[in-house]
Design a protein around this ligand. Structure first.
Ligand code: 6PG
Length: 241
């Protein structure tokens, strides 16, 4: 596990963008799963502002780790957020963008996207493999749209499932554990002091963290890279970095 800590969330965005640009440059083609959330949003802004021309976007295939079950022009849509902050500002072929269709019936879409990933992604261990999965982490330890009260979705035999947000009741389509853990690199982008307790529990205290979906991230062959700001890293010591 690699843990990188930066002073501010802006520095997290700058350094992750640089990491992503190098990652893409080193490869012929990449398959990347994106996340919603506030930290990915500032990464998208940074990529659009400073890496627009440095990255050959035609080599990049973009997917989503989760999507809210709303139309693509709804303010809740992760796809819409990504269009506004990144996709509308870079030159990426339309056919490289593989969104979860939030406007479809949730069950239908979970199955369609599972089949789609099965068809288009390369496979390792017989399971589709992303080169990189970008994850935010909620204050409750959720990742993608797997929340603590539905933690069993992590172990689903399907690559995608329908989840329900515990407070709003909003339905979402999310990728599940077997496909997340099969990724080559899983990067957590986590900022802000309200994440500090969960981050240290996940890294140090597996028992307390038992009910946090983020604790279940354990790549089969790949690695985890945490990108934290100092506020989110407040509970971990520098010997861990
Ligand atoms: C979503 C996200 C979700 C997000 C976390 C963290 O669609 O809601 O994919 O998993 O990453 O909730 O969000 P923040 O970075 O905004 O805290």
């Amino acid at each position: 596990m690699e843990i990188k800590v930066y002073k501010t969330k802006q520095e997290v965005a700058q350094n992750f963008s640089k990491y992503l640009a190098d990652f893409i440059t080193d490869r012929e083609e990449t398959h990347i799963a994106l996340s919603g959330g506030s930290t990915p949003k500032i990464v998208f802004d940074e990529l659009a502002a400073n890496f627009r021309a440095d990255i050959d976007w035609s080599k990049v295939n973009l997917y989503w780790g989760d999507e809210r079950c709303v139309p693509p022009d709804d303010d809740d849509s992760n796809y819409k957020m990504t269009v506004e902050h990144l996709l509308s500002k870079i030159e990426i072929p339309e056919f490289n963008i593989h969104r979860i269709r939030g406007e479809n019936g949730p069950e239908y879409e979970a199955e369609r996207y599972s089949d789609f990933l099965d068809e288009v992604l390369p496979k390792v261990n017989g399971i589709p493999i992303f080169d990189l999965v970008i994850l935010g982490m909620g204050d409750d330890g959720h990742i993608a749209s797997i929340f603590p009260n539905e933690i069993e979705l992590w172990d689903s035999e399907n690559y995608c499932e329908v989840a329900v947000h515990p407070d709003s009741g909003q339905q979402r389509v999310t990728i599940t554990g077997q496909i997340i853990n099969n990724a080559e690199i899983i990067s957590f982008l986590v900022t802000g002091e309200n994440k500090a307790a969960k981050v240290s529990e996940i890294i140090y205290d597996k028992e307390i963290a038992e009910n946090y979906p983020a604790r279940l991230v354990a790549p089969v062959n790949g690695k985890i890279a945490w990108f934290l700001d100092e506020a989110a890293a407040a509970g971990i010591t520098s010997s861990q970095f």
